[in-house]
Design a protein around this ligand. Sequence first.
Ligand code: AR6
Length: 165
Amino acid sequence: MKIKIFKGDITKLKTDAIVNAANRSLLGGGGVDGAIHRAAGPELLKECRTLNGCSTGEAKITKAYNLACKHVIHTVGPVWSGGNYDEDQLLKSCYKESIKLAEKYKLQSIAFPNISTGVYRYPKEEAAEIAIKTVRKQLAKCKHLKELVFCVFDDENFKLYNELL
Ligand code: AR6
């Protein structure tokens, strides 16, 4: 089992799945969500419309259309509201449920963005600690997944993931 760090645009990755930090509507937005929808093309939005949204902490899978990967796993991270609204449990659940879905589809590789650390304002260090701890625990239960990429976009997350891993 390999855990890697990639700095750059997640839409360029050729892993079996890339994870989208979406919102509950699953109908697109800014940040990584906007980049994924732009690169995948309008068919992705069409499929997302059939999913009836997604609760915070849950995950849903679609095809990847014009992207280089095979599937997009859409998960909805918590909005940071100070830390007393189960944000940690909800963020943990995003990583766990996305890995469970990848495993259910027998995928061998998956790439995660730094869920909730952009528009949703989750403190980056705490988010990185939760992400790393949760994926390590969940990967130990997987038969198919062989590679997990943390796709970092900004310098602060790049530094944090390098230190913590
Ligand atoms: N590739 C990889 N990471 C990226 C990319 C990219 N192309 N673009 C941004 N990031 P955010 P959230 C990083 O705001 O905080 C959307 O509008 C970014 O630097 O995309 O979970 C959704 O529709 C940050 O580290 O997601 C929701 O409404 C990380 O991705 C809301 O934003 C997450 O930042 C979700 O907010």
